[in-house]
Design a protein around this ligand. Sequence first.
Ligand SMILES: C[S@@+](CC[C@H](N)C(=O)[O-])C[C@H]1O[C@@H](n2cnc3c(N)ncnc32)[C@H](O)[C@@H]1O
Length: 276
Amino acid sequence: MTDVLDGVRDHYRATGLVERLKVALAGFGPEDRPLAPQQLAPLDQFHTRGLAATADLARLAGVEADMEVLDVGSGVGGPARFLAGNYGCHVTGVDLSEPFVEAARYLTERTGQTGQVSFKTANALDLPFEDGRFDAVFLQHVAMNIADRARLYREIRRVLKSGGRFATFDVVLGGGDPHYPVPWARTPDTSFLMTAAATREAIELAGFHTLSWLDDTEAAKTWFAQMRASGPPPSPNLSVLMGADFPQLTGNLARNLIEGRLGILSAVFEAPPINP
Ligand SMILES: C[S@@+](CC[C@H](N)C(=O)[O-])C[C@H]1O[C@@H](n2cnc3c(N)ncnc32)[C@H](O)[C@@H]1O
């Protein structure tokens, strides 16, 4: 278990990330000039279809201003800042990667959202919050790194209020072995993919009731094709976090989608009362 966690941490290690972000963002102006959250989207939305996917999932989940939202596996915080900036809600992000959490705090200072968005280093399987704390939990492109899905979904349900929403956007197994490396794992040792059907079963077994269930694979394939056709990616982008070979990792994800080896799932669930 610890070996796997260390392997996942290594994948997202990102040495000296805050210093590298300072250099990468220099073109946006001096440190004390506030950045708009969407300026950071090419480097802080670490999932397929970028900012558009977060916006779609937020709509599907029915996020509102008075909500307390938890983003599990919050990366460098792009989704959390988007939710707070667009809906006015409070967002807490947790992530296993300490460098990512430090980077998330730095970027949140740069967008002037520190009062509304905060981050903690924590394991999704052991969330540092009391029962029933949140109105909504987001989980975007994180479950692929987690083997113990039963515990993951139980933990998410535990921290949700009765009637709270769980919104997930995930890569799922299709037919055949995926090509590696992919954006979340350089080898199969830290990749724990499940089919869409098995994912739904695991979430419902944790006590959730399905509100919406969408296959996002075609939209993802179209997005990758558009990215390819539009030439070099905007700068700075996710290579600042993940290294110069990041295009190879996303290229493999696109290839896996085209070949039907992987798919993308977008879904929202409701937490029923814990003791009805
Ligand atoms: C592909 S990134 C997605 C980041 C973010 N959700 C986004 O969409 O921008 C996956 C993230 O999940 C985090 N992660 C993986 N396993 C985790 C765990 N057991 N607990 C908390 N975070 C985890 C990683 O550190 C990484 O930041």
